[in-house]
Design a protein around this ligand. Structure first.
Ligand code: UDX
Length: 473
């Protein structure tokens, strides 16, 4: 099918590339001319595993083109709207880009088009789109509007698009439903050349859920808010574990064995970030408010998340006493591994708070330093983790990149001034850290000190009852 994708951000670029990968003829437009020129020149505006290779391959096969919005509007029988819906100061989603695209479509498109909202939008946006298109249509446009929320995660977006758990569509006509079924058929049948797994095993076909537009729009906000709630829940449990001397990893494991709870998204840490959870929780609170519902539960989820960084900085102060003049190494700036994205990353608030207290921060991230420099100008960026740890009074783990898990302990031990690690993502191996002379503090687990490596290996529960903190450095 001839498909257009308007907007080449994470969602648009992945959608365009993967729809071309499964066989469609795709035209992707971008209004940011620098980004468009980069894409037309074969460059990538974002770091996303597998995406560059997919784009290269489908462009070579002439199944993907980049160009202007007008060209995209003229091209596709189906038009996916994937423009940004950033948060407004009051927490509402900013829909002006969606409205602008709708107006262009109404003015320029003729004949039948299926217009599909894929950006994360508040409930009833589809209804607004329908009205807006009919008001501004001047070129004989006949159309259906559908909702098709995406659930892809940064860092695994290509895999999530091609091997989803479910495909959700919100439609108000059989024609729209049939077109979307046809668009996704290679994925629902898992019949496509997989760019990730050479021996891509026949996977479980995703559920294809067709519903009305309002429900589809709500599924997106509700899903992200629920996942954010799970994270805030386990972060509160982690705080409790720190006080009573329990091990949150064990608690999460025990909880997650119940399929009604599930183990996913029960990793405690310094809070959720990224361009989705924080803004989607805010937007959902606002949507509810405007509908007369006080979603106090989500307000707590947000508050708990906002307190994570301060809780972590307090632990740093507990160990370093005065932060002024201290050398602090920060490993990880991206909001999560396998992405270069620092939008709403906990690292931003954390580093700002350390710098405000006069600490001298040396940071390293495998991918995100370029993007971090514009928001964190007053720190030292290093070319590798050990350079960042040079002469450090403390090492903070902020993003759980695999590179950090494979740390060369000997080298690190000889590099730091003080063998002190505060792991905000429970990423490192406590026993190994202690066996190399480090004092190791993490989230929701008792600290592990040199000489306790053995007991660390058998699990923190061995410490229950003992007030370990008194023994810290
Ligand atoms: C999220 C949703 O997962 C995805 O379905 C949706 O389409 C977009 O938003 P993304 O923002 O890419 O995806 O990241 P995700 O992997 O969900 O992580 C979000 C944040 O939560 C990250 O900061 C991550 O570090 C944090 N997180 C995640 C935790 O703190 N604990 C967990 O157990 C899982």
């Amino acid at each position: 099918m001839k498909i257009s994708v308007i907007g080449a951000g994470y969602v648009g670029l992945t959608t365009a590339a993967c729809l071309a990968q499964i066989g469609h003829e795709v035209f992707c437009s971008e209004s940011d001319l620098d980004k468009l020129t980069k894409l037309q020149g074969g460059g990538m505006p974002i770091f996303e595993p597998h995406l560059e290779e997919v784009i290269k391959a489908v462009r070579k096969a002439e199944r993907l083109r980049f160009g202007s919005t007008d060209e995209a509007i003229a091209w596709g029988d189906a038009i996916f709207i994937c423009v940004g819906t950033p948060p407004l100061p009051n927490g509402d989603a900013d829909l002006h880009a969606i409205e602008a695209v709708a107006r262009s479509i109404a003015k320029r498109a003729s004949g039948y088009r299926l217009i599909i909202e894929k950006s994360t939008v508040p409930v009833q946006t589809g209804a607004q789109l329908r009205k807006h298109l009919s008001v501004h249509s001047t070129n004989g446009l006949r159309y259906d509007v559908a909702s098709n929320p995406e659930f892809l995660r940064e860092g695994t977006s290509v895999e999530d698009f091609l091997h989803p758990d479910r495909i959700v569509i919100g439609v108000d006509s059989p024609r729209a439903a049939d077109m979307l079924r046809e668009i996704y058929e290679p994925i629902t049948k898992q019949e496509f050349v997989c760019p990730i797994h050479s021996d891509c095993p026949k996977r479980k076909a995703p559920i294809f859920l067709a519903t009305d537009t309002n429900s589809a729009e709500l599924i997106k906000h509700a899903s992200n808010s629920f996942l954010a709630m799970k994270i805030s829940f386990i972060n509160m449990v982690a705080n409790l574990c720190e006080v009573v001397g329990a091990d949150v990893t064990k608690v999460a494991e025990g909880m997650g064995l119940d399929p009604r709870i599930g183990a996913a998204f029960l990793n405690p840490g310094i809070g959720f970030g990224g361009f989705c959870f924080p803004k989607d929780v805010q937007a959902f609170i606002r949507i509810a408010e405007k509908s007369g519902c006080d979603f106090s539960l989500l307000k707590e989820v947000e508050k708990i998340n906002q307190r994570r960084v301060e809780h972590f900085v307090e632990q740093v102060r507990n160990e370093l006493w005065v932060l002024r003049g201290k050398k602090i190494a920060v490993w990880g700036l991206a909001f999560k591994p396998n992405t270069d994205d620092v939008r709403f990353a906990p690292s931003i608030a954390l580093v700002k708070s350390l710098v405000d207290e006069g600490a001298n921060v040396r940071a390293y991230d495998p991918e995100a330093m370029g993007k971090a420099k514009s928001v964190l100008p007053n720190i030292t960026y290093c070319s590798n983790p050990y350079e960042a740890a040079e002469g450090a009074d403390a090492l903070l783990i902020v993003t759980e990149w695999d590179e950090f898990r494979n740390v060369d302990w000997e080298r690190l031990r000889s590099t730091v001034e003080r063998p002190l690690i505060l792991d905000g993502r429970n990423a490192l191996n406590a026993a190994e850290a202690a066996s190399h002379g480090f004092h190791y503090f993490s989230v929701g687990r008792p600290p592990v000190l040199p000489g306790q490596a053995g007991s660390a290996a058998i699990g923190a529960s061995a410490f229950v009852g003992a007030d370990i903190r008194k023994e810290s450095f």
